[in-house]
Design a protein around this ligand. Structure first.
Ligand code: URA
Length: 194
């Protein structure tokens, strides 16, 4: 079975399991060397049925531009493949909310299989949620492991993992911006050699 067929089969299972959710599946080149994993899709992603579009997509394009990578060459997905929404009682609007530990756990098997099918040379996680999911541990935190290469075992396969702060999280935190740029420089050296 081709990677695309295996992925479609996995995504069918995902749809069955998470019926009624606003699902956005992974997107991109299944033959990629680099796989990016974010947290969860937002409103724009649901509307366009594609991860990292709208404001997050703009961030991502800057990120990829710095690394000298084309979006078409990588695969992009999320640790949780549906919008995490909540009602803001004050405004009556639907807003995004953080993932719960149970949601991360319930999505993890799908993410593991997705990584196994894609089988990239390098995974880059953006933020805490995909990091915790890939590592299978809630005790690990981006603040201590960002900018480091790790080897993880995923369904019997060894995969390199590099974790970054989520690009959105640094926008309003000027202290993190320098740290993030240092991490990006390290990542640039790594991706040039994968
Ligand atoms: N959009 C995504 O698809 N994932 C994120 O983590 C943020 C925005």
């Amino acid at each position: 079975m081709s990677k695309r067929d295996e992925l479609n089969k996995l995504y069918d299972k995902y749809h069955d399991n998470f019926q009624g959710k606003e699902i956005v599946l992974g997107d991109g080149n299944v033959e990629c060397k680099l796989m990016l994993i974010g947290e969860a899709p937002g409103k724009d992603e649901v509307r366009l049925a594609k991860p990292f579009v709208g404001a997050a997509g703009k961030n991502l394009n800057e990120f990829l531009g710095f690394l000298g990578i084309q979006r078409e060459d990588i695969f992009i997905t999320n640790a949780i493949k549906y919008r995490l929404s909540a009602l803001n009682e004050k405004t009556g609007r639907i807003i995004n909310r953080p993932a719960t530990k149970d949601e991360v756990a319930a999505n993890r098997d799908y993410l593991m299989e997705e990584i196994h099918v894609i089988s990239p040379n390098l995974i880059v996680t953006l933020g805490n949620v995909p990091l915790k999911s890939v590592m299978g541990s809630y005790n690990i935190s981006i603040g201590t492991v960002h900018g480091e290469m790790k080897e993880v075992e995923i369904l019997g396969q060894r995969v390199n993992l590099f974790s970054l702060y989520h690009p959105a999280s640094i926008i309003y935190n000027s202290k993190l911006q320098d740290v993030y740029m240092e991490d990006l420089k390290k990542l640039k050296d790594i991706v040039e050699n994968i």
